[in-house]
Write a protein that binds this ligand. Sequence first.
Ligand SMILES: NC(=O)c1ccc[n+]([C@@H]2O[C@H](COP(=O)([O-])OP(=O)(O)OC[C@H]3O[C@@H](n4cnc5c(N)ncnc54)[C@H](OP(=O)(O)O)[C@@H]3O)[C@@H](O)[C@H]2O)c1
Length: 309
Amino acid sequence: MKIFLTGASGLVGAAFARAAERRGHRVVGIVGRFTGDLPGVAERRTFDLADETALTSAVLDAFPEAIVNCAAISEPAAVDADPARAQALNVALPATLARLAHHVSARCVHISSEQVFDGALIAPYRTDSATGPINLYGRQKLESEQAVHAAAPEFAATVRAPLLMGNSPGGRRSMHERLFNDWGAGKAVQLYADEFRQPCTGENLAEVLLELCERRDLCGVFHWAGSELVSRFALGLAVREHFKLPPERAPIISVSRAERPEIARGRQACLALDLAPLMGKLKTRPQTVAAQLAELQVPPAARSWYFSA
Ligand SMILES: NC(=O)c1ccc[n+]([C@@H]2O[C@H](COP(=O)([O-])OP(=O)(O)OC[C@H]3O[C@@H](n4cnc5c(N)ncnc54)[C@H](OP(=O)(O)O)[C@@H]3O)[C@@H](O)[C@H]2O)c1
């Protein structure tokens, strides 16, 4: 199948391109600023996805059987720093892609976020649980879901994803990459001991997106995540232990939400996701934290620091 992939240079998109190539699909990958190699991308196009004319002509030129949207401004702080640009990438882009998918009768697979929820529940959120985003990123992601499914209800599947682990092309995006880059720069990392997430790797999420490309019968909004709920602090400790880093080289400071009420207001305490009904319908399985750790590599920028000990 020919797949039009946005965000081909991102954490999830790059993993998706590799997985799609392994399964014999042809990926037309859209890239923004990244200039390195992207295995699995058969045809590479570089342009600003906020340019709707360029986007429309690229989709019509490719005439794909599936459109997979892995592009976004995916950090809440970056969204707050430039809300208009984030709106263009996080809402207008998926809406346009869904309209184009409808136009060319292509499958449309989009990624939303666990951050459409408020994080006040301890029980896992179901796909039909009430949403209640508490930051602009979450509000934009929710708006994107509504726009995508209004434009292409019979073609679209959206996956709400959790905190992502894994190896990104630039080596700076995922949780362990950020930890390594801070430790390599001599910084102690502060992690919340009372914020709970259900992480999975970008690679595992990419397998789910690929299965959804192949399963056009599965339309609607779905959840995907790992099989374990952990605190950010516990996850940081697990990363440090996995790479056998001593605490003095890789310091982690436990912090609590109560210590920082101003910041905690825009961060969810607990984001547990119920994976039904997707889990029963796919071959891909949710991962344990141990399985995720086993996939991680030392990011390129931190290699000389890591191996210098
Ligand atoms: N990372 C997480 O923990 C997480 C958690 C839940 C949900 N998600 C969602 O999962 C999806 C994938 O996230 P990710 O972590 O893989 O994102 P990412 O690593 O930040 O990658 C973002 C991608 O979007 C591209 N992009 C951004 N602006 C662009 C523009 N104006 N023109 C062209 N390309 C542009 C980037 O291209 P260049 O780098 O080449 O510029 C990159 O390929 C997003 O929808 C995100 O919101 C992420």
